[in-house]
Design a protein around this ligand. Structure first.
Ligand code: ADP
Length: 424
């Protein structure tokens, strides 16, 4: 039953009572049982009571309407607040709201993952202990709009964040305005890592180029000075200088091809490539070099080998580097096994280059594809290595949505394998 119907009903009942009383009084007056004055007074009192009742009811209706309105507004506000909390929980950066007593009054999902589940209602300085946090929070909570500087925050897991602390004012109706601080964490871990890699790369490349250059300039000085008249020394030194110059050329070629590969990184290769042909050409090209150390290539190519979707030049470079390495680092008088087979689901061709060399100990395996990483730098240099071969392989395979799988057993040898998608 609706509110207004109930109201109408009670109004009718009250009026009926008054009318019944009035009729009864008039009847009593008509049969001379009561005086006219008594009738008038009683009827007035009843009417007064009725008016009073009506006023009371109206007041009651107004009050309940006001309560309903407040309730509605409260619900809408709670809805908006939970919507805001939900939105902040969806933000992938950690966000904290801290009140004027340094208490954390809100932490979004990412903040809880970063600083711990139970951080809300705790003192912010339990988690943000650095002195610059204390200064920034105090500054913001006592009047400043924003602490100017970014604060670098590093976790024990080596994650780094640039943190800003900004002032917000709480505007809850009926409550005094309060100063609060919003702390926003922007993760810079990968940015810092990339920056560090760039710095390391420039330093390594400069060092790699500087070593042969220093050697060449040293020999030039010797040739101009003490060895100016010594024909035998001159021949020997010129030979060394040529080797060093060749090393620099190889290094620059590798650096250039690495940057070229990185530039084409997001362009997927789209030609059909005859893998068998590339494998055989690579083996033929390198067999003379391998024969000098009495290393023999053993080719095992499946009859079901199909064309792959790839960049022929880049896959040739991958194979030249891997088979070349096997020929360089495997023991003399051994064999290098080069195989290519379709994978069981017949969607890829798997290529494997396995040598019977000394093997690589496990601690090096994860770092072999880093630029300039070598297990034995002196040996690599002696064999004409630049330390960039496997980095080039890794980046070419990345462009082919593939990866290099390295397995090694000390004393038994190493195998490098990768998969390429069969051309449709
Ligand atoms: P490098 O120019 O020095 O050969 P790479 O990037 O091609 O550079 O290889 C990195 C290092 O990995 C090499 O210096 C070598 O120590 C090791 N390595 C690569 N291939 C083999 C292999 N088949 N057997 C043993 N060690 C290898």
């Amino acid at each position: 039953m609706s509110e207004s119907f109930k109201e109408y009903q009670s109004l009718l009942t009250e009026r009926a009572i008054i009318i019944v009383i009035a009729i009864t009084l008039i009847f009593l007056w008509s049969v001379n049982q009561i005086s006219f004055i008594a009738v008038a007074v009683t009827t007035s009192i009843a009417a007064g009571l009725l008016v009073q009742l009506e006023i009371k009811r109206r007041m009651e209706t107004l009050r309940s309407k006001r309560v309903a309105e407040t309730e509605k507004r409260k619900k809408a506000k709670q809805g908006a607040q939970s919507l805001r909390a939900n939105a902040l929980n969806g933000v992938p950066s950690a966000i904290l709201l801290i009140d004027s007593n340094h208490k954390i009054i809100f932490a979004n999902k990412t903040a809880k993952e970063l600083l711990g589940d139970g951080i809300v209602d705790n003192d912010a300085f339990l988690y943000l202990r650095q002195s610059n946090f204390v200064t920034a929070l105090d500054k913001v909570l006592t009047g400043g709009k924003k602490a100017n500087d970014l604060i670098r925050y590093t976790t024990s897991q080596d994650r780094s964040f640039d943190v800003t602390v900004a002032a917000v004012t709480s505007t809850e109706p009926g409550k005094e305005k309060q100063r609060q601080a919003m702390v926003f964490f922007y993760e810079v871990t990968s940015l810092l890592r990339t920056e560090q890699m760039r710095v390391d790369f420039v330093a390594n490349a400069s060092h790699e180029l500087r070593t042969p250059l220093t050697s060449i300039t040293g020999f030039i000085e010797t040739l101009l000075g003490p060895a100016a008249e010594d024909k035998t020394a001159q021949d020997r030194f010129l030979g060394i200088m040529q080797r060093e110059a060749d090393r620099m050329i190889r290094l620059i070629d590798d650096l250039l091809s690495l940057s070229k590969i990185e530039m084409s990184r997001h362009v997927s290769p789209d030609s059909d490539v005859d893998l068998s042909n590339i494998l055989q050409t690579t083996a033929t090209t390198l067999s003379r070099k391998a024969a000098k150390r009495n290393i023999e290539f053993n080719l095992d190519i499946s009859e079901n080998l199909q064309n792959v979707r790839a960049d022929a030049d880049q896959i040739t470079q991958v194979l030249m580097n891997l088979v070349g390495n096997a020929a360089k680092y495997a023991d003399q008088d051994t064999r290098v096994h080069i195989s290519a087979f379709p994978t069981p689901n017949n969607r890829h061709m798997q290529v494997t280059i396995r040598d019977e060399g000394p093997g690589i100990s496990p601690e090096h395996l994860g770092r072999l594809t880093e630029r300039f990483y070598r297990v034995d730098t002196a040996r690599s240099r002696k064999m004409g290595g630049t330390g960039l071969g496997l980095a080039i392989v890794k980046h070419i395979l990345l462009r082919h949505s593939s990866q290099l799988d390295i397995k090694s057993k000390m004393g038994e040898g190493t195998s490098f394998s990768f998969k390429l998608p069969i051309a449709k």
